[in-house]
Design a protein around this ligand. Structure first.
Ligand SMILES: *Cc1c(COP(=O)(O)O)cnc(C)c1O
Length: 462
């Protein structure tokens, strides 16, 4: 299985190389050259299997020869053993034909754990074998950072630097990043917003001398291995509701387009998905793009769903690559135009996007009202991101097709917003209750590439 860049100018890589690299050297994102498919019988055979065995069968064809079957099974099993729920990704019913997929039972209480715990194990296996070291730098709007720190803390061959927007993540999110005491993890509070963090990260990858000097590796949602890990729960949940014999739809609270892109891959693999609905908060560039064809960045407006306060959805490039017939130079040109504010999606490409995707947006008031309403009628306490999803799903879903809305984080990660909306303060699960007593360790930094690079050179172990 070969991986190619969406901009067509970087070398083809194996799964393992693409995973260790993150961003392609031409600035593009790696995608599989062809997407392997599963037949209806293969999909039906997933019925009743454990989450881990489903993960093995769905991911195996993408991984090629990098890991043997027994090794891959062991890696998957270690990745999910720290989850608090035996089903890993349980489904809860909200109303007739509307289901919530709870993806927040991992160690940092957000869906990011599904991918990050897995790639932590994959990195460790791969680096132990090669004896190489890497420096992981990540940008986070809150949840990726804590999931990465949790997954990579204490590993010998890895140093981790996480850039988060200072003052723009919740207290629980911040403490999850600043309280682990492993020597190889560093939380950096950057003076800027998430898009600034992501832009500095991309600058580091595009500085090839620096990239090679420190062995830069990326674990943001642009990392293909993360997308792949997320494909699994589309299969597990759809099969529980009758796939492949019955179609289902998904609504996905979306920021960087990684999670919903995994749904798109599941569909390309043969999972019968009727619609994929993009749900955004007031930072609605994707909803505007699907509606008008204009992909234009705007100011980021902080919301009660901070993990979706994003105006440049990196993984959108991957789907653009497909709807532009895998023309890397066309994608490069769009990304150049984006640097000066935005681009217009061609009519043909827009029509192809609309064959699969719908989109909707929830305002702050609608999000809070949804949290309150669900608490009242189902007893389910939603985090603000999941509430954005539920609101948009209710608006757009076809009552005849089962709708699965992804619940992306535990309400206790956002206790202030949830309490303000529902009048109940969600408590942290017992294993996280010491979070408020632990000492914080954080480095403040300006929005400045050279300064960040010196900090990384200084702190990383060699
Ligand atoms: C990261 C995140 C999202 C957005 O996911 P993308 O893959 O970036 O679209 C939504 N909700 C929560 C809680 C998150 O942590």
């Amino acid at each position: 299985m070969k991986y190619i860049s969406t901009r067509g100018q970087a070398p083809d890589l194996t799964f393992e190389e693409a995973m260790l690299t993150g961003l392609a050297r031409d600035g593009g994102l790696y995608v599989p050259e062809t997407v392997p498919t599963m037949s209806a019988e293969d999909i039906a055979a997933l019925g009743g299997l454990s989450y881990e065995e489903t993960a093995f069968r769905v991911m195996r064809p993408f991984i090629g020869g990098a890991f043997e079957d027994g090794e891959l099974r062991a890696i998957i099993s270690r990745a999910y053993e720290g989850f608090e729920h035996a089903a890993r990704a349980p489904l809860v019913q909200l109303e007739p034909n509307h289901f919530l997929l709870e993806l927040f039972h991992g160690p940092t209480l957000a869906f990011k754990d599904f991918a990050m715990q897995l790639i932590g194990q994959l990195f460790q296996a791969s680096l132990t074998r090669s004896g190489n070291r890497v420096t992981i730098v990540g940008a986070t709007s809150g949840d990726t950072g804590s999931a990465a720190i949790e997954a990579f803390a204490g590993l010998d061959n890895v140093d981790v630097f996480i850039l988060f927007p200072d003052g723009k993540v919740s207290e629980v999110q911040r403490r999850q990043m600043t309280t682990p005491d492993a020597e190889n993890v560093h939380a950096i509070a950057l003076d800027g917003n998430f898009d600034d963090c992501q832009a500095r990260l991309k600058d580091m990858f595009n500085d090839h001398d620096f990239r090679d000097e420190v062995g830069l590796a990326g674990v943001n949602s642009i990392n293909w291995a993360r997308v792949l890990a997320q494909v699994v729960y589309y299969f597990s949940s759809a099969v529980s509701l009758g796939a492949p014999h019955r179609k289902v739809s998904f609504t996905v609270p979306t920021g960087n387009f990684g999670d919903i892109f995994a749904g798109y891959i599941a569909q390309k693999m043969g999972l019968p998905i009727e619609r994929l609905i993009i749900a955004t908060n007031q930072n609605d560039i994707l909803h505007r793009c699907l509606t008008t064809g204009e992909y234009r960045t705007d100011k980021v407006t902080p919301s009660i769903s901070p993990s979706m306060d994003i105006q440049v959805s990196s993984n959108f490039e991957r789907v653009l690559f497909d709807v532009y017939d895998r023309d890397g130079s066309a994608v490069s040109q769009l990304m150049d135009e984006l640097k000066s504010g935005g681009f217009t999606v061609s009519q043909g490409a827009l029509e192809r996007l609309r064959e699969t995707f719908d989109s909707g947006r929830a305002s702050e008031e609608e999000t809070s009202a949804t949290i309150a309403h669900q608490r009242e009628v189902t007893g389910e306490l939603l985090c603000p991101h999941s509430a954005v999803g539920v609101k948009v799903a209710e608006e757009l879903r076809d009552p005849a097709v089962p709708m699965i809305t992804l619940a992306t984080a535990h309400p206790a990660k956002f206790p202030d917003a949830v309490e303000a909306a529902a009048g109940t303060r969600p408590g942290l699960p017992p294993f996280l209750q010491s979070l408020y007593d632990r000492e914080e360790r954080v480095t403040k930094a300006g929005n400045d590439l050279a300064a960040l690079q010196s900090l990384i050179r200084e702190r990383r172990r060699t």
